[in-house]
Design a protein around this ligand. Structure first.
Ligand code: 5GP
Length: 207
């Protein structure tokens, strides 16, 4: 059955487990692929260029932005992050779903650009302490970055009411299952089932 792909937008404060949830969903569901953002942030240990992000310098980012290559872009913690337009357009038209790990600004822009394609999910940490622990034990960022990300968490959380669905990440397996459930329901949305008209017409002629 032909259908238009959907844009699954995941946001959360840093350290709430969003990236872990996203990775699991991407591994377990072959029908959805990650949108790989461009960023000017330094690569963390273990991160792979072209897989986690496209790591670019400020000049390249600004040039791409000026050429309108980005569907959305934002300044987050002093670094630029952006989502390129072309791969998303292509995936949606081919009925493939795309997962976006973006902040609230990115989610807001994507809703404006593609309201009917976007399904947005906000991930909350179970406690403030859990958030801080995750940021510290991740040990990939310096102490001052951790402090700034904790401060940024409160700002990010203020935007939870703008999302379609909200989940509290008490348990990773349950959170992953919840995202799979959202995807399953959204894939049945009548407006996305572009092949349905022909299918129903076919059914009717056989009755
Ligand atoms: P991190 O530096 O921890 O990978 O990401 C910092 C924040 O930037 C996260 O909230 C992440 O979701 C967000 N982010 C990553 N890529 C993009 C993007 O392309 N656009 C926007 N608006 N935010 C992004």
């Amino acid at each position: 059955m032909d259908r238009r792909g959907l844009m699954l937008v995941l946001s959360s404060p840093s350290g709430a487990g969003k990236t872990t949830i996203a990775r699991r969903v991407l591994t377990e569901d072959a029908g959805i692929a990650a949108s790989i953002s461009h960023t000017t942030r330094a690569r963390r240990p273990g991160e792979v260029d072209g897989k986690d992000y496209h790591f670019v310098d400020k000049k390249t980012f600004t040039q791409m932005r000026d050429e309108r290559a980005f569907l959305e872009w934002a300044l987050v913690f002093d670094n630029f992050y952006g989502t390129t337009r072309a791969p998303v357009d292509e995936a949606l038209a081919q009925g493939r779903d795309v997962l976006f790990d973006v902040d609230w600004q990115g989610a807001e822009s994507l809703r404006k650009e593609a309201a009917t394609d976007v399904v947005s999910v906000f991930v909350l940490p179970p406690t403030a302490m859990a958030l801080e622990e995750r940021l510290k034990t991740r040990a990939q960022d310096s102490d001052d970055v951790v402090v700034r990300r904790m401060a940024g968490a409160s700002n990010e959380i203020q935007h939870w009411t703008e999302y379609d669905d909200v989940l509290v990440n008490f348990d990773l397996d349950q959170s992953v299952a919840a995202v799979h459930a959202v995807l399953a329901a959204e894939r049945l949305k009548r407006t996305r089932l572009t092949g349905l008209d022909g299918f129903v017409q076919g059914l009717l002629t056989e009755l």
